[in-house]
Design a protein. Structure first.
Length: 293
């Protein structure tokens, strides 16, 4: 049995689907039963509950040889760091109590840093907590920036013809398609070919800049897009308008500032794996439909 947390998300759904197709027994975990219906029809065992609930997590991991774990996004909590800690405690404690032998963790570039990276600090703590489980074989997938994050720019692209981030337009960043993360996670969970505690840095085929992003998105939607380097003050206002809580906004601002200082780079000497989906493909297959093309 392989337990997949976040089975309705961008990475977990892909991982669960791939494992089922490979003939593996999968327990798909998420908050909402209706969103798991397709995986249930495909043969997955369904577990519905809250990943902050330590008792539920132990049950979801019961009898599992391996698990795909992550900290699910939660944009409505007042204190995101405290939420992360509750998830880490519940999942790591469940892994230990259930005697799970193999874990693949969705982490992030920069998770080797203990501070200055906003919400990624929570993933650092997750890695450190799993390292303390001596009998566990754990693989930390430190992924790059999700290509899907550019979908947050759809309203300004539509309304103003601009795409904005706090970074200079000519600075390249390691984008990756979320589905490629799920595919890679499934591959390693299928093989169970990792031992002790190890790290893989996952990126797309190549790093691209903000100027590259607007050029490729513009080609996909058939209209020019202008790149704008926004201020952190403007970013803060935008996050407030999106309904994020003050602590979450502060975390995100810290993360972007940390990225500007180079804190979200891969750890020196780490294993690098480049996945296959190009930003051109993402722009046509994902961004264009979201835009309405």
């Amino acid at each position: 049995m392989i337990t997949v947390f976040g089975a309705t998300g961008n990475t977990g759904r892909t991982a669960a689907t791939r494992l089922l197709k490979a003939g593996k027994k999968v327990r798909a975990v998420a908050r909402h039963r209706e969103k798991l219906a397709d995986l249930g029809k495909a043969g997955a065992e369904i577990a519905v509950g809250d990943v902050e609930d330590a008792g539920f997590v132990r049950e979801a991991l019961g009898g599992a040889e391996a698990a795909y774990v992550l900290i699910p996004p939660n944009m409505v909590v007042d204190d995101f760091r405290a939420y992360q800690k509750r998830v880490v405690d519940a999942v790591a404690g469940g892994v230990e109590a259930a005697g799970v032998k193999y874990v693949v963790l969705l982490s992030s570039l920069g998770a080797h840093q203990s501070e200055g990276t906003g919400p990624i600090v929570g993933l650092h703590l997750f890695e450190e907590r799993l390292k303390k489980i001596t009998a566990l074989n754990a693989l930390f997938l430190r992924a790059g920036f999700f290509m899907e994050n550019t979908l947050m720019g759809v309203p300004t692209v539509k309304g103003q013809g601009i795409y904005a981030t706090p970074f200079p337009g000519d600075i390249p960043a390691p984008y990756i398609a979320a589905a490629d993360i799920g595919t890679y996670a499934a591959l390693r969970l299928e093989r169970l070919d990792f031992k002790d505690k190890s790290v893989v840095h996952l990126t797309g085929p190549k790093s691209i800049s903000g100027n590259d992003v607007v050029s490729l998105l513009g080609q996909a939607i058939g209209k020019p897009i202008r790149y704008v380097q926004s201020t952190f003050e403007a970013m803060e206002q935008g996050l407030k308008q999106a309904g994020l809580k003050p602590a979450m906004i502060a975390d995100y601002i810290e993360m972007y500032k940390g990225a500007g200082k180079g804190l979200l780079a891969a750890e020196a000497g780490g294993v690098m794996v480049a996945t296959s989906t190009t930003f051109e493909t993402f722009a046509k297959d994902v961004f264009l439909p979201a835009y309405g093309g």
